[in-house]
Design a protein around this ligand. Structure first.
Ligand code: MN3
Length: 212
C-alpha cells in the first residue's frame, strides 16, 4: 500500500506496539525518540522536499525506481520515511525464534542454515561503516540476499548495487542503539534477533514472489 499510494497522501503513523514493547532488547526511550523525533523528521522533510514537484504525484515505488534522477533530499528523506516503517514492522514483541514457512525453507536452502544466514546478515550490519541499514531482500532472480546500504538508501532504489525487494531490515544508525548499547553495535544486532517478526517476514517474502 505504502509503495503505491501517491506520496502527497502518505501519513506518519503510530507504531504497531507501545514504545516499551520491545524491552529489554530495545529500550523505551530509544524507541520513543527514534519514532517521534527521528522518523517524524524524515517524514516532515520528505513532504517538504516533494511539495510542488512532480514527486508529489508519484508513489514511493515510482520514486525509488527513478531515484537517481531526483533530488538528494527526496532520496534521504523518502528513504528514511520508508525504511523506518519497514523496520518497525520487521519487529514485534511476540517476535524472535526461528524463521517460518517458505521463508525458513528458502533461508536454509540458500544460506545453508538459519545460523549461516544470521552470520552473513550480522556481518553486513557490523561492517556497514558509519550510518546505514542491513537488509534481507529478494532479488529479481527470486533468490535471497543479505546486504547493507549507506545512509537512508534501500534496495528498491535504482542506484542500489543489488536491486531487490526488502523483507526485513535493521537500522544501524547510532541513534537506533546508542542510549542502551553505546558503541556496542554487535550487542544491539544480537538483541535484534529476539524481536524479529518472522510471521510478517514470511508474508513479505510470499508477496515479493507474487504468491500472496
Ligand atoms: Mn533510524
Amino acid at each position: 500500500m505504502e509503495l503505491i499510494t501517491k506520496s502527497k497522501d502518505l501519513l506518519f503513523t503510530d507504531l504497531p506496539y507501545t514504545y516499551d514493547a520491545l524491552e529489554p532488547h530495545i529500550d523505551k526511550m530509544t524507541m520513543e525518540i527514534h519514532h517521534s523525533k527521528h522518523h517524524k523528521a524524515y517524514y516532515d522533510k520528505f513532504m517538504a522536499a516533494i511539495k510542488g514537484t512532480e514527486a508529489e504525484e508519484m508513489s514511493l515505488g515510482q520514486i525509488f525506481a527513478s531515484m537517481s534522477k531526483l533530488p538528494v533530499a527526496v532520496r534521504n528523506n523518502g528513504g528514511g520515511f520508508f525504511n523506518h516503517n519497514l523496520y518497525w514492522n520487521t519487529m514485534s514483541p511476540n517476535g524472535g525464534g526461528a524463521p517460518q514457512g517458505d521463508l525458513s525453507e528458502a533461508i536454509n536452502n540458500e544460506f545453508g542454515s538459519f545460523e549461516q544466514f544470521k552470520t552473513q546478515f550480522n556481518e553486513a550490519a557490523v561492517n556497514r561503516f558509519g550510518s546505514g541499514w542491513a537488509w534481507l531482500s529478494v532479488k529479481a532472480d527470486r533468490k535471497l540476499c543479505a546486504c547493507s546500504s549507506p545512509n537512508q538508501d534501500n534496495p528498491l532504489m535504482d542506484l542500489f548495487e543489488c536491486p531487490a525487494q526488502p523483507i526485513i531490515t535493521l537500522d544501524v544508525w547510532e541513534h537506533a542503539y546508542y542510549l542502551k548499547y553505546q558503541n556496542r553495535r554487535p550487542d544491539y544486532i544480537n538483541a535484534f534477533w529476539n524481536v524479529v517478526d518472522w510471521k510478517a517476514a514470511n508474508e513479505k517474502y510470499l508477496k515479493a514472489l507474487g504468491r500472496l
